[in-house]
Design a protein around this ligand. Structure first.
Ligand SMILES: Nc1ncnc2c1ncn2[C@@H]1O[C@H](COP(=O)(O)OP(=O)(O)OP(=O)(O)O)[C@@H](O)[C@H]1O
Ligand SMILES: [Mg+2]
Length: 181
């Protein structure tokens, strides 16, 4: 899963890029929008979000009907309709059962999530995810706030495998960027 401390740090952008790049490495990737509060994965891939995960769980449908194939190796399940009870859905056995079934068909499942400091959903998602990547927006988020989010994630035994430092102003770093080439 990918999360961040606060809103708009670049979680959805990061996870969409990661999923795309991994699928180009001949891996079978599924990206699921588990931000049931402010879903945006569908926008990244210009998909309709009329039907998605919440509908799949509610109707107990076959998941195949909800897969959007982006290109060979990359499928996306959008969030579906924003529910009244997102945390309840995230905490349900239904979602864990679905992820277990999907795991048989994919090399990696990427989960987009809401911000750690604002809602409890990402902590629940972290508790059943194999790995967590934190996106941190350069010079936007306070160090203490990030530390608190990391502590919250550690309390649910999250396996934090890395951080993506995002939104670095290129003008400041161009010198270093070009010096490599
Ligand atoms: N590296 C970047 N440089 C500049 N702008 C960026 C970068 N990454 C993301 N953005 C922009 O920042 C905004 C927030 O990005 P994104 O939607 O990926 O964040 P998010 O953490 O998923 O937000 P939310 O908390 O609303 O889910 C978008 O307008 C996106 O285009
Ligand atoms: Mg997002």
């Amino acid at each position: 899963m990918v999360s961040s401390c606060l809103a708009s740090e670049g979680k959805t952008t990061t996870i969409s890029n990661l999923a795309s790049v991994m699928s180009e490495l001949s891996k079978k990737i599924l990206l699921i929008d588990l931000d049931l509060r402010k879903p945006a994965v569908h926008k990244q891939f210009s998909l309709s979000n009329r039907h998605g995960l919440t509908d799949l769980l509610l109707n107990k449908d076959d998941f195949n009907a909800y897969l959007n194939n982006i290109h060979p190796g990359l499928d996306v399940i959008t969030s579906g309709k924003i529910p009244a009870n997102p945390t309840e859905i995230i905490n349900s056995n239904a979602i864990k059962g679905l992820l277990n079934r999907l795991a048989d068909y994919y090399d990696y499942i990427f989960l987009d999530t809401p911000p750690v400091a604002l809602v409890s959903d990402p902590l629940i998602i972290a508790s059943f995810s194999d790995a967590v990547i934190l996106t941190v927006a350069y010079s936007e988020t306070e160090r203490d706030a990030i530390k608190k989010s990391v502590d919250s994630l550690k309390q649910v035994n999250a396996n934090i495998i890395g951080t993506v430092l995002n939104k670095i102003p290129l003008s400041k770093h161009n010198k270093y960027y070009y010096s490599y080439y």
